[in-house]
Design a protein around this ligand. Structure first.
Ligand code: SF4
Length: 218
């Protein structure tokens, strides 16, 4: 669906002013690390993607540093390796935006585009950033499957689609038909979840194999 003059663009401007706490955090990070990206992390991937992966928010020393979602922090290793394994990415993930990795039929974005202190966005920040998520979804003409990484991403995608945050089942592997889209939820591929065994590489791979089956089913 094309955006209109009244609708937000799918990608926020580098100096998006909408969340004062995150803008102040961004300014502190810029002062400490002027060589980092330090702005809203843009979505990465195929503009014709049928699969959208939605994370929580950039990590301070991950996407906030490198400018590419899930690039440079622990979570990115499992995510990109799994995408390569399941055919949604090609190349080698080397934790830097110029590693040549290419997403195939897939795009990655975040529910909140700016790094929040402690990786914890506030509800008001989720709300402020949600129009960008809604616009991102609407701007993918072939989108069919959305994989949400964790409950914050799941809740925000549901709201971005005009549904209640409580709509449908939650938890790892939960699936919901949401209008034109199939939503599949996964535990977030965070260091905590993988180190504790809450999410194993096999469990994560199954999510993307399932997404593949959804796409094959049309
Ligand atoms: S989190 Fe989103 S809405 Fe808030 S300042 Fe960043 S880009 Fe803007």
């Amino acid at each position: 669906m094309p955006t209109t003059d009244a609708a937000p663009a799918p990608e926020p401007p580098l100096d998006c002013p909408l969340c004062p706490r995150l803008v102040a955090y961004r300014a502190r990070n810029r002062a400490e690390h002027p060589d980092w990206w330090n702005g809203p992390a843009p979505s990465f991937g195929d503009p014709d993607a049928r699969l959208l992966v939605v994370g929580l928010a950039p990590g301070r020393a991950g996407a906030n540093r490198t400018g590419r979602p899930f690039t440079g922090d622990f979570a990115g290793v499992l995510l990109y390796e799994t995408l390569i394994k399941t055919g949604f990415a090609r190349g080698t993930y080397e934790a830097r935006p110029d590693d040549g990795l290419r997403l195939v039929d897939c795009m990655i974005t975040n529910a909140v585009r700016c790094a929040p202190p402690g990786n914890k966005p506030e509800a008001i920040e989720e709300s402020a950033c949600r129009p960008f998520l809604a616009a991102r979804i609407a701007a993918l003409p072939r989108l069919r499957v959305i994989v949400t990484l964790g409950d914050v991403a799941r809740r925000n995608v549901l709201k971005a689609l005009g549904l209640k945050a409580s709509a449908g089942p939650s938890g790892h592997g939960a699936r919901l038909d949401a209008g034109a889209y199939a939503l599949i939820n996964s535990y977030h591929c965070s260091r905590l979840n993988t180190n504790t065994g809450r999410l194993t590489p096999a469990m994560f791979e199954q999510v993307f194999e399932r997404a593949r089956r959804e796409l094959a089913a049309g």
